[in-house]
Ligand binder design. Sequence first.
Ligand code: G1P
Length: 305
Amino acid sequence: MSRKVTKAVFPVAGFGTRFLPATKSVPKEILPLVDRPLIQYAIDEARAAGVKEFIFVTSRGKSALEDYFDGAPELEAALHEGKKTALIEALKQTDMDSGAVAYVRQQERRGLGHAVWCARRLIGDEPFAVILPDDVIDAETPCLKQMVEAYAETGGNMVATMEVPHASVSSYGIVDVGGQTGTTMSVRAMVEKPKAADAPSNFAVIGRYILTPNVLKNLEKLEAGAGGEVQLTDAIAQEIGRRGDVHAFRFRGQRFDCGSKSGYLQATVAFGLARDELRGEFLDYLQTTLDSLREPLREKAVARG
Ligand code: G1P
């Protein structure tokens, strides 16, 4: 039986340049979807999958993330005094057991593989999960939980995957997949951000991983790869056929690329509509907006006869 996954790494050291100027002073992971920061979605998913230890790989300028998971005695006292029970309840999402969260700094920006490697001492010699908070996945069963269940059968290494348009393969790690058992496929090759013409498939790696400690050993010696950065994809690829298996897991759910403005806006709409207290008014607004956009098109069509 595979060992339980109780540790997760959250690489959160990036500049978030696509969201400048907002991210000049606010870490990208603190940007909210409705009223919860991106990192909260990632933490909740990890918790649902049985993760007990949360390792953040941060960098300068990310102290707001540490504050977010800290106690806030003055705020809590004010809410208690005002008997704001719903808000007190909402704040509880940010509670973390003492010692359950650790922060390590990535002093140099050398890529995702290097960021994960920075957490090696806290991970030790056991399997671990990696969650990229930019990839927000809306799913009935949280994605990492689906993976942990599949991993209990397969062991080895596992990456989440989904099909993407061929034109977008160069934005992702791409897997070449072989045999499929249920929703799990065996991986024959992995390549980081290939040109469309060189991509072995259109199955993209999405930011959820369950990895063996061997991957950390591979990262130790890894040369920079695509984009001049140390790539996690390359370290996982070294496991194919060598020591462990690598599996690609087709998750059930909808993934939003919250690292892009368009994906972030789409997620805002989806998560806004999912909230009972917002749906009515928000849907009316969307409907009116769509109608007003369609009207000139209709008029044009009528004018053309
Ligand atoms: C990272 C990984 C890539 C993966 C992607 C998923 O790329 O390197 O393999 O497909 O996340 O979001 P990034 O988006 O950080 O450039």
